[in-house]
Design a protein. Structure first.
Length: 840
């Protein structure tokens, strides 16, 4: 209890063992500064880049369990805000008497300019409004604030806040925050575990930074148990160090469970016995339910207890969209299973999941408990059905857990293994069954028909696969066919329709399809590629991060290449070069293991973009003298190789100042686009042709019909393919260009999105091109005046020019815009995307 000067009694819940009490202390300066950042810090760049999103919202809520990186996330954004010129204030709410929060907030937002300290939220809001720069207030552990005056102050501050004010709160339990913050006018940005969690590549980098590299594959296995929990990662690192870093044959689940069990000690000790017992029983299964909890525990109240646990601990969550389904954090499961491994109960859970049609969970439990006979029986009885529902990856993993002799001695298992290989695109020596082979061949046939521009035939080929999906939902074969159909829409220049088709398929999964399966991964990675195309980097990144590791067994090499390209370029754009290189190497490893030259080509292109030495020379993948033959057959593998490598070939031509070679590559891509009737390739080929003008190496102006086509492509959603190309080809925009606000969806607006990569000097000593301007600042002013209907005399008067100078600028504009009169100057300028306001 704290008695304030006004007589109001306030309380503050204790946290982390810090006692709260006594009189009202003065403002604690230490609470106005973020704590020291941990070392090693490996996700700093990713977190800092959230500032743009924070600035686009009034309130940002960062919610996650303890030691998940909430404070680090907020501290890095605070630092980035300070570096960007914000007035950024920080308050660590833990350990502050709740009634004193207001004083700390006011002090945190005190600007450099002298002003009377605000004593009410309206005065403070008005003061912030007058600062003329963005303001950020970070409240760490904001869910500890429970004083009515402090809650009211915050609510009023946010309600009266000017557009330049932004509030960021970290908390463990969002429900304990004031409702005014949680429901503020629909402009609330939420970041949770999915945002904060360590990525697989970041776990790899973490161990490299502490001097014990473990490689990407072990890091991925470790992170599957930790689910990106930074605090648990530190504990596991310490345990491995104490045990001599023996990571070669680590059973991560067991090792992690032992290492991180102390993290849950206080949580479990404070629980009622009934709650703790329910958790121990449910730890057996990846996905729990009320009825399963009752069966395992024999407690009729277990269902209610499980539901109550979702409110009392962030480590148990209700699964959105699934009734009576709950997920325990994998680290909590690992910790509980160290001392609670009951094979009898595991068998009960397996039977329950089988009855519910959840074969994936049954297989996971059997594998975790080493019940090989049970797993073999499950595969014999249900493996084929699950293969066509969820795809080959899960079944392949289950078969790999069985002794080879077991698979070889049981014909049903050997047949299932062959079917898995066939459906993965790796036809085994014995050959797969007729159905999986037919699916793979039909998908390949449809892809070939699409490549030759015969879309009607492609639709007819896919129809027998897609027809059952109307009533039964989307399984693995239907997912593959849906991806090809989305590619058809993309080739027609309709990326929005392609994305909508994939989104709809994600919502119509067949019963029994596992969330983490090849079926979902195929759709998710195709969807990530579409969202990347329209420059939604955040959404594309989330999908790629979650589902790309599951896609290794997919049959579509093109989809694998697109998935890795999205992940690599998002990582590179965020400055995570270690992660980008790890992804490149992973793609190249798949290329070697599965003989996929398309992934080898991807590795070469991405290495060239990042100025990393090539693992395979471009000429070894597809030499220039083989390009003409490659594009002659659009359905051949070499045609796809040429399309992928064309970006690297153009990069080569530009760095060597070889205009003829650039033209050859551009015309070959356009020729292939015409043979395939492929809109995206046609657009990229057209862009290749105008790169000399854009890079300042040619004084010819871009043809207006080309600009019109590029504008149409940009407005239709072909954003990222053009921006990515502009980034590596040295296109730089001048200050005059950057000062102009081009129309949203115009091609010229895309130029401002690109961040050119550093071009290597040409061998012949040639210099990089000058900055692209298109129009001078004076010409832009005259275009605006023409749009307003001003005469030459009026323009001369308003711009303080002589009439002769205006005429000279008019001639220049008419030449550049290929216009024969003033009206065409205005209309062609509007076509380019210039901000011309026509008179009414």
């Amino acid at each position: 209890m704290t008695m304030t000067p006004t007589g109001i009694v306030a309380t503050l819940a204790t946290r982390d063992g810090i006692p709260v009490g006594g009189g009202a202390p003065p403002v604690a300066r230490a609470k106005l500064t973020p704590p020291r950042l941990p070392t090693p810090l490996v996700a700093g760049g990713r977190f800092r880049r959230w500032l743009d999103q924070v600035e686009a919202h009034d309130v940002t809520l960062v919610t996650a369990p303890l030691r998940y990186g909430k404070t680090v996330f907020a501290a890095l954004i605070h630092a980035e805000a300070v570096d960007s010129g914000f007035l950024s204030g920080w308050v660590s709410c833990s350990g502050i008497a709740s009634a004193r929060i207001i004083d700390h907030i006011v002090e945190a937002l005190r600007s450099d300019s002298a002003h009377a300290t605000a004593t009410d939220p309206l005065t403070l809001a008005n003061h912030l409004h007058g600062l003329g720069k963005p303001v950020l207030l970070c409240l760490d552990d904001a869910d500890l604030i429970d004083d009515p005056d402090a809650i009211g102050f915050l609510g009023d501050l946010v309600d009266h806040a000017p557009a330049n004010f932004h509030l960021l709160c970290t908390c463990r339990d969002e429900a304990r925050l004031p409702r005014s913050l949680r429901e503020h006018r629909g402009t609330v940005l939420r970041a949770g575990r999915g945002t904060l969690r360590a990525r697989d590549a970041e776990v790899t980098e973490y161990f490299e930074r502490v001097g014990r590299p473990i490689g990407l594959a072990p890091a991925r296995a470790l992170n599957a148990v930790l689910d990106g929990w930074w605090g648990a990662l530190h504990h596991v690192s310490a345990a491995l160090r104490d045990e001599g870093w023996q990571v070669g044959t680590v059973d991560w689940a067991t090792r992690c469970g032992s290492a991180i069990a102390p993290l849950f000690g206080d949580l479990l000790a404070a629980m009622p016995t009934q709650h703790r017992a329910t958790l121990e029983h449910c730890a057996i299964t990846p996905i729990a339910s009320g009825s399963l909890a009752i069966r395992l525990s024999g407690d009729e109240a277990a269902s209610d207890v499980l539901h109550a646990l979702t409110r009392s601990t962030p480590f148990v969550t209700a699964i959105a969209g699934q009734r009576d389904r709950y997920a325990l954090h994998p680290a909590l499961r690992a910790a509980l299973m160290v001392t609670h491994r009951d094979s009898v109960q595991a068998a009960m859970a397996i039977n329950w999941h089988v009855a519910a049609g959840e074969i994936d969970h049954a297989l996971a439990i059997a594998g975790a408990f080493g019940l090989e006979p049970v797993m073999a029986t499950l595969l014999v009885d249900h493996g084929r059905t699950q293969l066509f529902r969820s795809g080959p990856g899960m079944i392949a993993d289950a078969l790999a857990r069985l002794p080879r002799a077991t698979v070889a001695d049981r014909p049903a298992l050997q047949k299932l293994s062959d079917d898995v290989q066939a459906l993965s695109g790796n036809v085994a020596t014995r050959g797969g069954g007729a159905e999986p082979l037919a699916i793979v061949r039909r998908i390949a046939e449809a892809q070939a028909q699409l490549a030759t521009g015969d879309r009607r035939a492609a639709v007819a080929t896919l129809h027998p696969i897609l027809l059952p999906a109307r009533s039964d939902g989307i399984g693995y074969a239907e997912a593959l066919a849906t991806v090809v159909m989305s590619d058809l829409h993309r080739a027609e220049g309709r990326p929005a329709d392609a994305e909508a088709l994939l989104q709809d398929a994600m919502a119509r999964l067949a019963a029994g399809v596992a969330r983490r399966s090849d079926t979902v991964a195929v759709l998710a990675i195709a969807l990530a590629d579409m969202r990347y195309m329209r420059n939604d980097m955040a959404a594309a990144g989330r999908l790629a991060d979650e589902f790309l590791p599951l896609l290794r067994g997919a049959a579509l090499a093109g989809l694998l290449a697109r998935g890795y390209r999205v992940a690599i370029r998002i990582a590179a754009a965020a400055g995570r070069m270690t992660e980008a290189l790890a992804l490149i190497e992973a793609a190249e490893a798949i290329a070697r293991d599965r003989a996929m030259p398309l992934l080898t080509a991807l590795g070469a292109v991405e290495r060239m973009r990042l100025h990393i030495p090539l693992a395979t020379p471009l000429d070894d993948i597809l030499p220039p003298d083989g390009e003409a033959e490659a594009i002659a057959d659009p359905a051949a593998d070499n045609a796809a190789l040429f399309v992928l490598l064309s970006e690297a070939r153009v990069f080569e031509a530009i760095t060597q100042l070889d205009r003829p070679r650039l033209t050859v590559v551009a015309m070959r891509l356009i020729d292939l686009a015409e043979r395939s009737d492929h809109a995206e390739w046609r657009i990229i080929g057209s862009l290749f042709n105008v790169l000399p003008q854009l890079s300042g190496r040619c004084d010819r102006l871009i043809e207006m019909d080309t600009v019109q086509a590029l504008n149409r492509a940009a407005s239709n959603g072909f954003v990222r393919p053009m921006v990515d190309l502009l980034e590596i080809t040295g296109v730089r925009t001048s200050q005059d260009f950057n000062r102009t606000e081009y129309s949203v969806g115009s091609f010229l607006a895309l130029l401002r999105l690109s961040r050119p990569y550093g071009l290597q000097p040409a061998n012949n000593g040639g210099s990089a091109g000058s900055a692209f301007s298109l129009f001078t600042a004076r010409e832009l002013e005259i275009v605006e005046a023409l749009g307003a209907g001003e005469t030459n005399k009026e323009i001369a008067r308003s711009l303080s020019l002589t009439p002769e100078t205006v005429k000279w600028h008019m001639k220049s504009l008419m030449r550049k815009l290929r216009a024969s009169n003033r009206e065409e100057v205005v209309s062609n300028a509007m076509m380019l995307g210039l901000p011309v306001i026509e008179r009414g």
